[in-house]
Design a protein around this ligand. Sequence first.
Ligand SMILES: Cc1cc2nc3c(=O)[nH]c(=O)nc-3n(C[C@H](O)[C@H](O)[C@H](O)COP(=O)(O)OP(=O)(O)OC[C@H]3O[C@@H](n4cnc5c(N)ncnc54)[C@H](O)[C@@H]3O)c2cc1C
Length: 417
Amino acid sequence: MRFSALRILSEGLTGNRGWRPHWRDPEPKSEYDIVIIGGGGHGLSTAYYLAREHGLRNVAVLEKGYLGGGNVGRNTTIVRANYFLPGNSEFYSHSLKLWEGLEQELNYNVMHSQRGLINLFHSDGQRDAFARRGNAMVNQGDDAELLDRDGVRKHLPYLDFDNIRFPVYGGLLHRRGGTARHDAVAWGYARGASDRGVDLIQNCEVTGIDIANGRVTGVQTTRGAIRARKVAIVVAGRSGQVAAMAGMRLPIESHVLQAFVTEGLKPAINHVVSFGMGHFYISQSDKGGLVFGGDLDFYPSYAQRGNLPMAEHVMEAAMTLMPMIGKAKVLRSWGGIMDMTPDGSPIIDKTETEGLFLDCGWCYGGFKAVPGSGYSFAHLIATGRHHAPAAKFRLDRFRTGAGLMDEEGTGAQHNLH
Ligand SMILES: Cc1cc2nc3c(=O)[nH]c(=O)nc-3n(C[C@H](O)[C@H](O)[C@H](O)COP(=O)(O)OP(=O)(O)OC[C@H]3O[C@@H](n4cnc5c(N)ncnc54)[C@H](O)[C@@H]3O)c2cc1C
């Protein structure tokens, strides 16, 4: 079933009776070539690219809940390629290029909106750091413009420029940055994978990973045992728990990240605005809600909900930056479980168990990575070789210390995020 304006028109004229479910709902088979654990953005995109790029269709995605019920449907939808360090820089650049063709490729409206992202700075030192970042982005082939205070004012006239603690000095504008509709991304990849023969099995929790003679042989699930030649773990905040089923202890801590949305308002905020010093960022959804968030709750947790101290912190930061927001009513808040690595950069790698692969550690930035991660992980699973843009995302960097990518400059240890 292809979507088109003509199709919408003809369905509208004939009572909308021709629409079909977007993906099949098969019973799990007893054996697959490849089993993917986790039906989030990364698991679904991996399945899609396995089928599309490598012709591998005897694949199942096992999801313990419903597709898109995890972080892929809980994030604040920011898509960007403004990373600084080699390793991350080329990966996110590749991912953004995939985003730019995604709707045509999937024939699915993921509402990718390149409305521009502005990272604000509030001191001379921060300006230097953003100038360096902008140069790195341009060197990578992405776009970046350093704005002075008046340049920011043209785009964001509603900010409090003269706040005594955080006066606005300028900003780094990344025009190709923006947002996308998060759950539509999951649905689009799910439909694309299912159409190519991948089985998407919902309500199927993996409870064990079978290993014999150093090789993975399958998984145990709440819907029975499933044999597989290859198994891929892509479970975001649950990575530590699922990897433990294969006897692995990962360098991952799980933390809650919260977000908030206001009532729908007329268009007011045209960009994605990031106020790093206050740990606050915001955009406006196409429905009109102001979508914003802040920092992690700073203790490990598997709870998919936040706490009031962080809510208060985020509201204070919002009021500091844009006092006009005080007039908006907050409708909802929610939380997701972040898989935090010590250096803030991800892992896409094989494991010491033959046939067992790992994709995790996306921290609070894995939504924008969904196309790139799926593409690179599928390449690794299918060929056994690392895909060039993701070649530095090795697991052993945490054992050897070589190749750490401390993107935030906070030090490569958990409690400094
Ligand atoms: C509030 C918030 C804001 C964010 N904002 C942004 C942003 O603006 N931009 C950005 O790039 N990133 C953002 N992120 C991060 C991003 O959402 C995540 O990094 C990314 O979605 C994680 O990958 P995923 O989509 O595959 O995860 P998930 O959707 O969580 O997928 C993992 C899946 O694995 C399943 N699973 C777990 N255990 C098992 C098991 N035993 N058996 C079977 N299935 C299992 C889960 O049910 C889940 O569906 C944000 C996250 C949150 C919570």
